[in-house]
Design a protein around this ligand. Structure first.
Ligand code: SF4
Ligand code: SF4
Length: 212
């Protein structure tokens, strides 16, 4: 398959619903990655939670270090000089059945869904993959939902200075996930007339409720 060939993601509404269910249950995403391993080669620090005993037991201690700003037991795994995860061997995850929850839940389709860009030389491989995904947007409902997700992402990006410190994630992946979580607020056209500061409060409340 050509690297530039489009990849069908299917129906947007189904994808959105599955993604929100997975996010609310901290569950695995079923991404048709094929032979792609771009996110394993894109200089990501992989977060591993304290209860991921099985995963930690399959990673050499020297590759893990405490996650800054998080409670004891949370660790990060870094990457090598090429930006590759140290568990990537011969192009495949060497601990696939034991991989971290972070890897199981990662879905690069959140970027074309939200319109949030990932930039930087170390993210070129993912950017290329992101451009290949094409959502099926034919039904009125899925067009409406897609617009709402994109409006949510745009609001979080362009009104970021209105949010209190620490309410907005600092990286594009978490920002895209937040837009997916709070997109319902942007489905209602009446909310477009709502004052920005009230919308900020509504977003914070909706985000908190989703994660509860
Ligand atoms: S970049 Fe996307 S398609 Fe490629 S391995 Fe990661 S999640 Fe799968
Ligand atoms: S642990 Fe496996 S799936 Fe996760 S980034 Fe490393 S190689 Fe990829």
């Amino acid at each position: 398959m050509s690297e530039s060939q489009d990849l069908e993601t299917g129906n947007f509404s189904s994808w959105l619903s599955d993604t929100r269910t997975a996010l609310s249950n901290d569950a695995e995403m079923d991404v048709p990655c094929g032979e792609c391993n771009a996110c394993c080669r894109s200089s990501y620090f992989i977060h591993i939670k304290p209860d991921e005993f099985d995963t930690v037991s399959h990673i050499p201690d020297e590759l893990l270090f405490p996650a800054p700003g998080l409670p004891e037991g949370n660790v990060l795994m870094g990457y090598d000089e090429k930006g590759h995860c140290p568990m990537l061997k011969d192009g495949a995850c060497s601990i696939y059945d034991h991989r971290p929850a972070t890897c199981r839940s990662y879905d690069c389709r959140i970027f074309p869904a939200t319109g949030i860009q990932i930039s930087g030389k170390d993210k070129i491989l993912i950017s290329q993959q992101v451009q290949r995904w094409k959502f099926n947007l034919t039904e009125a409902e899925e067009i409406k939902e897609h617009k709402a997700v994109q409006k949510a992402a745009s609001f979080l990006t362009h009104k970021s200075t209105l949010f209190p410190p620490d309410e907005l994630p600092g990286n594009p992946t978490q920002l895209a996930i937040m837009a997916i979580k709070v997109h319902d607020l942007f489905l209602d056209q009446e909310n477009e007339a709502v004052d920005d500061s009230k919308m900020v409060d509504a977003v914070i409340t909706a985000h908190g409720k989703f994660d509860r």
